[in-house]
Design a binder for this molecule. Structure first.
Ligand SMILES: Cc1cc2nc3c(=O)[nH]c(=O)nc-3n(C[C@H](O)[C@H](O)[C@H](O)COP(=O)(O)OP(=O)(O)OC[C@H]3O[C@@H](n4cnc5c(N)ncnc54)[C@H](O)[C@@H]3O)c2cc1C
Length: 328
């Protein structure tokens, strides 16, 4: 039986939505809460960054306590705001020692983790792909050097902080909590935090699901030769988000925000379908969280074939229309 912490693990969770239409806990956050459950015999707590967290979904993920800070108009997109909320959650009275703080390893999460690591004079691991507890310490795994090496390390001092890649780590079924407690947080934000404010933010891809949230991702590779009609048609049919390899973004066929991989985003869909992708490690390290991988590629020796659950060898411009015809 694997070792666990005796104290709660705090998870910084993300929601999408707004106050008018309501907030929805993101799939990567749900996954991370279940990963947290594997690390402690005690409670899993969540820090939510909106005034109306999705309590039902948090309870289903085994969360017993939800910290809800009053941001007083500040944006949760500012990493320092989020970090100071997490610090405030660790200072509630009476004190409740926390074993570890987890967040998602995205652009904001990596910054949040570093600020927290510096504040607690402990350490922060980012881009983590798996977590465990050994000898009372958090053990983190991460792939480095373009995914060619897997490293295992620990934070031996103070409160460990880990930013975990979306969808990474084992997430077993958890025992739901019927009614998680809500703890309002009054945070004394520092002047450093208030030195940054968000002037505006607009969603660039309002159509279709977000790449990192989507249950199905169709990824365009260089083999599309810039003709993305088939990929877009398949994505539309499946309600999927469209991703890309770096070469596709380098060519300007899709925006850089679509890039999946080491220098792009990580995705963790239930189904990832690649079209004309060779499967370089720089790319496949970004799909480690995918449940099922289907590769459409004309080269049976391509590395993607080695990791795919199903490979369809041939011309994507013939295979995808044929598949769409089957789907009706
Ligand atoms: C430091 C570093 C970081 C990097 N970061 C990233 C990253 O974040 N993300 C990323 O994706 N890459 C990244 N790369 C680049 C990566 O190494 C690969 O070059 C890139 O992923 C290859 O993209 P691709 O599979 O689209 O193209 P290719 O490797 O050219 O593969 C195209 C594939 O399509 C097949 N094909 C051609 N025509 C057809 C057709 N008609 N039908 C079906 N199949 C066809 C070909 O046989 C081939 O297998 C990085 C590289 C470095 C050095």
């Amino acid at each position: 039986m694997s070792e666990k912490f005796a104290n709660p693990v705090l998870v910084i969770v993300d929601h999408v939505g707004n106050e008018t239409e309501g907030f929805t806990l993101t799939e990567p956050s749900k996954h991370l809460l279940k990963v947290a459950r594997t690390l402690t015999d005690s409670d899993v707590w969540a820090l939510a960054l909106n005034p109306s967290p999705q309590m039902g979904a948090l309870g289903e993920c085994g969360v017993s306590k939800v910290f809800v800070p009053d941001l007083a108009g500040r944006s949760p997109r500012v990493s320092a705001v989020v970090a100071e909320c997490a610090i405030a959650a660790t200072e509630i009275q009476p004190p409740a020692p926390i074993s570890a703080i987890l967040c998602l390893s995205n652009y904001r999460g990596r910054e949040v983790a570093s600020i927290l690591g510096a504040h607690f004079e402990s350490g922060a691991a980012t881009d983590v792909t798996a977590l465990a507890v050994k000898d009372g310490q958090l053990v983190a795994h991460k792939s480095v050097l373009g995914g060619q090496w897997e490293t295992t390390f620990t934070i031996p001092r103070g409160l460990p902080i880990a930013a975990v890649r979306p969808g990474a780590g084992q997430a077993p079924e958890v025992k739901p909590v019927a009614t998680p407690g809500v703890v309002p947080l009054n945070v004394r934000f520092s002047s450093v935090t208030d030195a940054i404010s968000v002037i505006s933010s607009e969603e660039l891809h309002a159509e279709g699901p977000t790449l990192t949230e989507a249950a199905v991702v169709v990824c365009a590779g260089y083999g599309t030769d810039g003709d993305l009609d088939a990929v877009n048609d398949l994505a539309e049919k499946l309600g999927a988000a469209v991703g890309a390899t770096r070469t596709v973004c380098d060519e300007g066929w899709l925006p850089r925000t679509a890039q999946i991989g080491q220098t792009g985003v990580s995705v963790a869909p239930k189904l990832y379908i690649s079209a004309g992708v060779s499967g370089a490690v720089h790319h496949t390290c970004g799909i480690a969280g995918a449940e099922r991988i289907v590769a459409i590629v004309d080269d049976e020796e391509a590395p993607i074939v080695q990791i795919a659950d199903l490979s369809i060898i041939g011309d994507l411009q013939e295979i995808i229309p044929a598949a769409l015809a089957e789907l009706g």
